[in-house]
Design a protein around this ligand. Structure first.
Ligand code: ADP
Ligand code: MG
Length: 325
């Protein structure tokens, strides 16, 4: 069973950035306003996330890394919503099967923090009382130490670090009221966004002023599809690669069909090879998101894809048309 769990975990978590994304989601769910990520060797050796959220109660520390343990069910009136997208209680369990996981956490109600270590979904020994601030610090060490095939398939630490940077940067832009810091262990921060910032300010910090100053806001709502689109796009030809940040229901995802649609708009309205910066936040009925795609998988599929993509095109096109005519 252990081997099966490990293989399954290695399928879900393919690289350090995947694990980090899940950990950031958890910190955001815990209402954190400040998140600090520290890594060694592109997160392969060491990946730590410190938040100032609600913390985990001591009595829950023995179960948080068991599969399907989640504290998030009661928020959902409609049980169907749970199985559709996220909230499966698998992230910490998966990570604990393929890394050494340590949680240091303190809730406001407790007098001191507790530290707990996990292996293969199980708590190792009793949680130890220790000093600590309110919030949670999760440390993932030696990721894939027991998954030789995965370890071999991975690229260099610097490439893994750039994926981590992308995840932190994207969440910082999307959650501009949360401060994000990314640093290599013992070094100065590579990314640091203030608490209570703005999309434009965070794009400036992460992608530079040339892009930030060209951002144009887009919004669109559609009753029938229960669809909300918001975001920022540029109308500028950049020398570097085009960037698309896509959030669906506040999770960073990828969608080949949306990406293609966006590319086709830019190739229509801007000179050939023009590169773009597009940040899209799409909210849709969670029941319309494909249940067969595991929530930790990057690529997402949804119902009414064609109509939704038409709407996305419509609002980006309107914006580009207004400044290119
Ligand atoms: P899920 O997020 O689907 O509930 P996870 O495996 O990601 O499952 O996390 C399991 C549980 O651990 C969460 O439901 C939550 O109660 C707790 N938890 C994890 N990370 C944090 C955190 N940073 N702050 C507070 N609670 C957390
Ligand atoms: Mg989670």
């Amino acid at each position: 069973e252990e081997v099966v769990n490990r293989i399954a975990a290695g399928e879900i978590i393919q690289r350090p950035a995947n694990a980090l994304k899940e950990l950031i989601e958890n910190s955001l769910d815990a209402k954190s306003t400040n998140i600090i990520v520290t890594v060694k060797a592109g997160g392969l050796k060491y990946l730590q996330i410190q938040d100032n959220g609600t913390g985990i109660r001591k009595d829950n520390l023995d179960i948080v890394c068991e599969r399907f343990t989640t504290s998030k069910l009661q928020q959902y009136e409609d049980l169907r919503d749970i199985s559709t997208y996220g909230f499966r209680g698998e992230a910490l369990a998966s990570i604990s099967h393929i890394a050494h996981l340590t949680i240091l956490t303190k809730t406001a109600a407790e007098k001191c923090a507790f530290k707990a270590s996990y292996e293969n979904g199980k708590l190792k020994g009793a949680p130890k009382p220790c000093a600590g601030n309110n919030g949670t610090q999760i440390t993932v060490e030696d990721l894939f130490y027991n998954v030789i095939a995965r370890k071999k398939a991975l690229r260099s630490p610097s490439e893994e670090y750039s994926h981590i940077m992308e995840v932190v940067g994207s969440y910082a832009i999307h959650n501009h009221n949360v401060g994000f810091t990314l640093k290599k262990f013992g070094e100065a921060a590579d990314v640091k966004t203030p608490v209570k910032s703005s999309v434009i300010e965070n794009v400036r910090i992460i992608y530079g002023n040339a892009i930030a100053r060209e951002l144009m806001e887009i919004t669109l709502e559609e009753e029938k599809l229960k669809l909300k689109i918001s975001g920022y796009v540029t109308n500028v030809n950049y020398s570097h690669k085009g960037t698309m940040l896509l959030f669906i229901n506040h999770r960073l995802v990828d969608s080949l069909s949306i990406r293609k649609a966006v590319d086709s708009i830019y190739s229509t309205y801007l000179p050939k090879n023009a590169h773009s910066f597009v940040y899209l936040s799409i909210e849709l009925d969670p029941r319309n998101i494909d249940v067969n795609v595991h929530p930790t998988k990057h690529e997402v599929h949804f119902l009414y894809e064609e109509q939704i993509i038409d709407k996305i095109k419509e609002c980006i096109e309107a914006k580009l048309l207004s400044c290119n005519s």
